[in-house]
Design a protein around this ligand. Structure first.
Ligand code: ZN
Length: 79
């Protein structure tokens, strides 16, 4: 019985992929080991919000939420 819809990575695989993405490393699918990961939005776009990583080979997806970029509007000041 085929399940319709989106295949997701196992939790451990998703964590690996997400960690690589956060470190700006090349993305390799932790399930099928191919470097055919689509990222949405793309890396040079502003990544605030949900990031979705999809393997074009095995169609698995992982997603996570990114905080608005490093320059936060209210930085705590010291001094
Ligand atoms: Zn894959």
């Amino acid at each position: 019985m085929g399940r319709r819809g989106i295949k997701e990575y196992r939790a451990a695989e998703a964590l690996l992929l997400i960690a690589a993405d956060r470190d700006h490393r090349p993305l390799v699918c932790p399930s099928c080991s191919t470097p055919s990961i689509d990222r949405s939005p793309k890396r040079n776009e502003e990544p605030a919000g949900r990031v979705t990583l999809t393997c074009r080979t095995c169609s698995r997806t992982a997603s996570y939420l990114v905080r608005a970029s490093m320059s936060s509007p209210e930085e705590p000041r010291h001094g």
